[in-house]
Design a protein around this ligand. Structure first.
Ligand SMILES: Nc1nc2c(ncn2[C@@H]2O[C@H](COP(=O)(O)OP(=O)(O)O)[C@@H](O)[C@H]2O)c(=O)[nH]1
Ligand SMILES: [Mg+2]
Length: 202
């Protein structure tokens, strides 16, 4: 499995013209505001605050790029980018601002040729949201490989986690698409997600 060695913030962008040039591939993350996206990126990278964990939902309205150096087979070095996409579904902003994620994410899926995989985060406790379903439609249409990660599994009793995952799978209409449970608090699910990423980038 890949092991993350180093990570650094590269830049923020809104429009395709602002995306950083890169010779390595991207793995992107998206989900509703407050779903635990920044926490998950920090957990995968073994960093405390590289992706800002904000308690003010909706604050991250930019596309943030991080450069990752990793090791695979414990000997070969590789590079990839993590891309933190703007969160969606936060009500307390103007409608224009609320809808800007759709344009930003659609353009990213369409224009970023380095993109090799997208992880869609959902909160395991919540029923599938129309925005998550729309997001799935966008990524299916783009043909980009994707997986769903259900966050905050620590908030549920262990015995019901699989049932919740199954329910989400049905609600989201997942067929061939993978769904994994994840907890940044307990650091569980990390191996599954890193394995999925490895399969996309190597
Ligand atoms: N219990 C629990 N709380 C979490 C987990 N991941 C994130 N949170 C909390 O959920 C809130 C939003 O997290 P954040 O990572 O900023 O979400 P983002 O808006 O999607 O980037 C914060 O208060 C986090 O501490 C998790 O796995 N378990
Ligand atoms: Mg965030």
């Amino acid at each position: 499995m890949i092991r993350i060695l180093e990570s650094e913030f590269i830049t923020s962008a809104v429009n395709p013209g602002q995306y950083p040039e890169s010779t390595c591939v991207d793995i992107a993350f998206c989900g509703k505001s407050n779903v635990g996206k920044s926490s998950m990126i920090n957990t995968l990278l073994n960093r405390k605050t590289i992706a800002k964990i904000s308690n003010t939902p909706g604050k991250t309205r930019l596309i943030n790029f991080f450069k990752i150096r990793f090791l695979h087979n414990e000997q070969n070095e590789g590079f990839l980018n993590f891309v933190d996409l703007p969160g969606y579904g936060y009500a307390k902003v103007s409608k224009t601002e609320r809808d800007s994620w759709k344009t930003m994410i659609s353009s990213f899926l369409e224009k970023r040729f380095q993109l090799r995989g997208l992880i869609i985060l959902v909160d395991i406790r919540h029923k599938a949201d129309p925005k998550d379903i729309l997001m799935l439609e966008l990524v299916r249409r783009s043909g980009i490989p994707h997986a769903v990660v259900a966050t905050k599994t620590d908030k549920l009793k262990k015995t019901v986690v699989n049932q919740y995952l199954q329910n989400l799978k049905n609600e989201l209409g997942l067929v061939d698409e993978n769904i994994y449970g994840f907890s940044s608090l307990k650091k569980s699910g990390v191996e599954n997600v890193l394995q999925w990423i490895e399969n996309r980038v190597l």
